[in-house]
Design a protein around this ligand. Structure first.
Ligand SMILES: [Zn+2]
Length: 238
Protein backbone atom coordinates (compact mmCIF):
# COMPACT_ATOMS: atom_id res chain seq x y z
CA UNK A 1 0.00 0.00 0.00
CA UNK A 2 1.30 3.44 -0.91
CA UNK A 3 2.27 5.65 1.96
CA UNK A 4 -0.33 8.35 2.46
CA UNK A 5 0.64 11.93 1.95
CA UNK A 6 0.87 13.78 5.24
CA UNK A 7 1.20 17.45 6.06
CA UNK A 8 2.63 19.59 8.84
CA UNK A 9 0.02 22.27 8.36
CA UNK A 10 -3.41 22.50 6.77
CA UNK A 11 -4.37 26.11 6.10
CA UNK A 12 -8.12 26.51 6.46
CA UNK A 13 -9.75 29.64 5.11
CA UNK A 14 -13.02 30.92 3.79
CA UNK A 15 -12.68 31.67 0.08
CA UNK A 16 -14.55 34.90 0.56
CA UNK A 17 -12.07 37.27 2.17
CA UNK A 18 -9.53 34.69 3.31
CA UNK A 19 -7.61 33.59 0.21
CA UNK A 20 -5.01 36.33 0.27
CA UNK A 21 -4.30 35.89 4.01
CA UNK A 22 -4.04 32.12 3.51
CA UNK A 23 -1.42 32.61 0.76
CA UNK A 24 0.45 35.10 2.94
CA UNK A 25 0.47 32.64 5.82
CA UNK A 26 1.75 29.85 3.60
CA UNK A 27 4.58 32.04 2.32
CA UNK A 28 5.56 33.04 5.86
CA UNK A 29 5.59 29.42 7.02
CA UNK A 30 7.87 28.52 4.11
CA UNK A 31 10.19 31.41 5.05
CA UNK A 32 10.35 29.87 8.52
CA UNK A 33 11.49 26.48 7.28
CA UNK A 34 8.26 24.62 6.49
CA UNK A 35 8.40 22.66 3.27
CA UNK A 36 5.90 23.74 0.66
CA UNK A 37 4.96 20.14 -0.02
CA UNK A 38 4.09 19.69 3.68
CA UNK A 39 1.59 22.54 3.70
CA UNK A 40 -1.93 21.88 2.47
CA UNK A 41 -3.55 24.94 0.96
CA UNK A 42 -6.41 24.28 -1.38
CA UNK A 43 -6.82 26.79 -4.15
CA UNK A 44 -9.22 25.00 -6.47
CA UNK A 45 -12.76 26.19 -6.88
CA UNK A 46 -15.55 24.42 -5.06
CA UNK A 47 -16.92 22.22 -7.82
CA UNK A 48 -15.66 18.67 -8.12
CA UNK A 49 -17.57 15.80 -6.54
CA UNK A 50 -14.81 14.37 -4.35
CA UNK A 51 -13.86 17.78 -3.16
CA UNK A 52 -15.06 17.49 0.43
CA UNK A 53 -13.65 14.00 0.77
CA UNK A 54 -10.22 15.17 -0.46
CA UNK A 55 -10.27 18.08 1.94
CA UNK A 56 -11.25 16.03 4.98
CA UNK A 57 -8.64 13.45 4.14
CA UNK A 58 -5.99 16.16 4.10
CA UNK A 59 -7.23 17.47 7.47
CA UNK A 60 -6.91 13.96 8.89
CA UNK A 61 -3.34 13.68 7.61
CA UNK A 62 -2.20 17.05 8.94
CA UNK A 63 -0.53 17.72 12.29
CA UNK A 64 -1.94 21.20 12.67
CA UNK A 65 -4.81 23.15 11.20
CA UNK A 66 -4.35 26.90 10.96
CA UNK A 67 -7.71 28.66 10.71
CA UNK A 68 -7.62 32.05 9.00
CA UNK A 69 -10.05 34.40 10.72
CA UNK A 70 -10.87 37.53 8.74
CA UNK A 71 -13.41 40.29 9.09
CA UNK A 72 -16.98 38.96 8.79
CA UNK A 73 -15.74 35.45 7.96
CA UNK A 74 -18.56 33.90 10.01
CA UNK A 75 -21.24 36.11 8.45
CA UNK A 76 -23.80 34.67 6.02
CA UNK A 77 -22.12 31.28 5.82
CA UNK A 78 -23.83 28.77 3.55
CA UNK A 79 -25.30 25.89 5.59
CA UNK A 80 -23.11 23.39 3.72
CA UNK A 81 -19.94 25.45 4.09
CA UNK A 82 -16.88 23.28 3.37
CA UNK A 83 -14.84 25.65 5.46
CA UNK A 84 -16.98 25.08 8.56
CA UNK A 85 -17.00 21.34 7.90
CA UNK A 86 -13.21 21.17 7.69
CA UNK A 87 -12.85 23.06 10.98
CA UNK A 88 -15.45 20.83 12.62
CA UNK A 89 -13.58 17.78 11.39
CA UNK A 90 -10.24 19.13 12.64
CA UNK A 91 -11.79 19.53 16.10
CA UNK A 92 -13.31 16.03 15.94
CA UNK A 93 -9.91 14.61 14.98
CA UNK A 94 -8.25 16.44 17.90
CA UNK A 95 -5.89 18.29 15.62
CA UNK A 96 -3.75 21.13 16.90
CA UNK A 97 -6.08 23.90 15.70
CA UNK A 98 -4.63 27.41 15.75
CA UNK A 99 -6.84 30.32 14.71
CA UNK A 100 -5.07 33.40 13.34
CA UNK A 101 -6.88 36.72 13.59
CA UNK A 102 -6.36 39.14 10.73
CA UNK A 103 -7.96 42.50 9.87
CA UNK A 104 -7.41 43.91 13.36
CA UNK A 105 -9.59 41.25 14.99
CA UNK A 106 -8.61 40.69 18.62
CA UNK A 107 -11.30 38.25 19.66
CA UNK A 108 -14.28 36.21 18.47
CA UNK A 109 -17.57 35.96 20.34
CA UNK A 110 -18.93 32.45 20.71
CA UNK A 111 -22.32 33.56 19.37
CA UNK A 112 -20.69 34.70 16.09
CA UNK A 113 -19.44 31.19 15.38
CA UNK A 114 -21.52 28.31 13.98
CA UNK A 115 -22.42 26.09 16.95
CA UNK A 116 -20.75 22.99 15.46
CA UNK A 117 -17.35 24.69 15.75
CA UNK A 118 -17.97 26.68 18.92
CA UNK A 119 -15.37 24.58 20.73
CA UNK A 120 -12.70 25.98 18.42
CA UNK A 121 -9.75 26.75 20.67
CA UNK A 122 -9.81 30.53 20.47
CA UNK A 123 -7.57 30.78 23.51
CA UNK A 124 -4.91 29.27 21.27
CA UNK A 125 -5.32 32.05 18.71
CA UNK A 126 -2.52 34.16 17.30
CA UNK A 127 -3.24 37.79 16.59
CA UNK A 128 -1.66 39.06 13.41
CA UNK A 129 -0.41 42.59 13.98
CA UNK A 130 0.51 44.29 10.75
CA UNK A 131 3.32 46.42 12.20
CA UNK A 132 4.78 43.31 13.82
CA UNK A 133 4.10 40.86 11.03
CA UNK A 134 7.35 38.93 11.52
CA UNK A 135 6.79 38.52 15.25
CA UNK A 136 3.17 37.50 14.63
CA UNK A 137 4.23 34.69 12.30
CA UNK A 138 7.07 33.68 14.62
CA UNK A 139 4.38 33.20 17.27
CA UNK A 140 2.24 31.16 14.95
CA UNK A 141 5.20 28.90 14.17
CA UNK A 142 5.88 28.48 17.90
CA UNK A 143 2.43 26.87 18.20
CA UNK A 144 2.92 24.41 15.37
CA UNK A 145 4.53 21.12 16.42
CA UNK A 146 7.46 21.10 14.09
CA UNK A 147 10.79 22.68 14.62
CA UNK A 148 11.44 24.26 11.24
CA UNK A 149 14.89 25.82 10.95
CA UNK A 150 16.61 25.15 14.23
CA UNK A 151 18.70 28.17 15.01
CA UNK A 152 21.62 27.91 17.38
CA UNK A 153 20.94 29.44 20.81
CA UNK A 154 23.28 32.35 20.29
CA UNK A 155 21.62 33.45 17.03
CA UNK A 156 18.90 35.49 18.73
CA UNK A 157 21.55 37.25 20.75
CA UNK A 158 23.54 37.84 17.60
CA UNK A 159 20.52 39.25 15.79
CA UNK A 160 19.73 41.42 18.81
CA UNK A 161 23.30 42.71 18.87
CA UNK A 162 23.14 43.38 15.14
CA UNK A 163 19.99 45.46 15.58
CA UNK A 164 21.57 47.38 18.42
CA UNK A 165 24.63 48.02 16.30
CA UNK A 166 22.51 49.17 13.37
CA UNK A 167 23.71 46.43 11.04
CA UNK A 168 21.61 44.97 8.29
CA UNK A 169 20.67 41.38 9.10
CA UNK A 170 20.22 38.96 6.27
CA UNK A 171 19.94 35.22 6.06
CA UNK A 172 17.56 33.83 8.61
CA UNK A 173 14.97 36.58 8.45
CA UNK A 174 13.96 35.93 12.04
CA UNK A 175 14.52 39.45 13.31
CA UNK A 176 12.52 39.27 16.48
CA UNK A 177 10.58 42.42 17.18
CA UNK A 178 9.63 41.19 20.62
CA UNK A 179 13.30 40.78 21.48
CA UNK A 180 13.95 44.30 20.23
CA UNK A 181 11.21 45.46 22.60
CA UNK A 182 12.73 43.40 25.41
CA UNK A 183 9.66 41.14 25.43
CA UNK A 184 9.25 37.41 25.02
CA UNK A 185 7.03 36.47 22.07
CA UNK A 186 3.43 37.00 23.15
CA UNK A 187 4.23 39.38 25.97
CA UNK A 188 3.03 42.96 26.26
CA UNK A 189 3.44 45.83 28.68
CA UNK A 190 0.57 46.99 30.87
CA UNK A 191 0.15 49.43 33.71
CA UNK A 192 -0.48 47.37 36.84
CA UNK A 193 -3.94 48.78 37.48
CA UNK A 194 -7.41 47.45 36.59
CA UNK A 195 -8.34 50.86 35.23
CA UNK A 196 -5.59 50.73 32.58
CA UNK A 197 -7.36 50.13 29.30
CA UNK A 198 -4.52 49.33 26.88
CA UNK A 199 -1.57 47.05 26.42
CA UNK A 200 1.67 48.05 24.75
CA UNK A 201 4.64 46.76 22.82
CA UNK A 202 6.92 49.66 23.60
CA UNK A 203 8.00 50.18 27.20
CA UNK A 204 8.70 53.80 26.28
CA UNK A 205 5.31 54.41 24.67
CA UNK A 206 4.30 58.08 25.24
CA UNK A 207 1.00 57.00 26.76
CA UNK A 208 2.95 55.19 29.52
CA UNK A 209 4.96 58.28 30.49
CA UNK A 210 2.60 59.45 33.24
CA UNK A 211 1.56 56.05 34.54
CA UNK A 212 0.89 56.20 38.31
CA UNK A 213 1.34 52.45 38.80
CA UNK A 214 4.11 50.00 38.07
CA UNK A 215 4.50 48.84 34.47
CA UNK A 216 4.68 45.08 34.13
CA UNK A 217 4.85 42.41 31.45
CA UNK A 218 1.99 39.94 30.93
CA UNK A 219 0.91 37.84 27.98
CA UNK A 220 -1.26 39.36 25.29
CA UNK A 221 -3.95 36.76 26.10
CA UNK A 222 -4.04 37.85 29.73
CA UNK A 223 -4.29 41.49 28.67
CA UNK A 224 -7.19 40.67 26.34
CA UNK A 225 -8.88 38.61 29.06
CA UNK A 226 -8.65 41.62 31.34
CA UNK A 227 -10.53 43.60 28.68
CA UNK A 228 -7.53 45.62 27.59
CA UNK A 229 -7.17 46.76 23.99
CA UNK A 230 -4.01 47.13 21.87
CA UNK A 231 -2.58 50.63 22.29
CA UNK A 232 -3.27 52.75 19.19
CA UNK A 233 0.31 54.08 19.20
CA UNK A 234 2.05 50.75 19.65
CA UNK A 235 -0.17 48.81 17.23
CA UNK A 236 -0.49 51.48 14.58
CA UNK A 237 -1.33 50.00 11.17
CA UNK A 238 0.98 51.32 8.50
ZN1 LIG B 1 1.48 52.10 23.58
Amino acid sequence: MAKEKTYDVFISYRRQGGAEKAELTKGELIKRGFRESRIFLDTRSLTSGNYLETILHAVKNSKSVVVIITKDCFKDLPTDSTWVREIEYAIEMHKNVVPVYFDGITGVRVDEVPSCISSLSFENAVIYVHSYADASFDRLVSRLPKEPVSLPKWSKWLIGAAIAGGLAVGGYGVVDHFAAMNLEPGEVYVVDSPSAKSYHLDRNCVTLKNAKHKIKKITEEEAIEQGKKPCKKCYKED
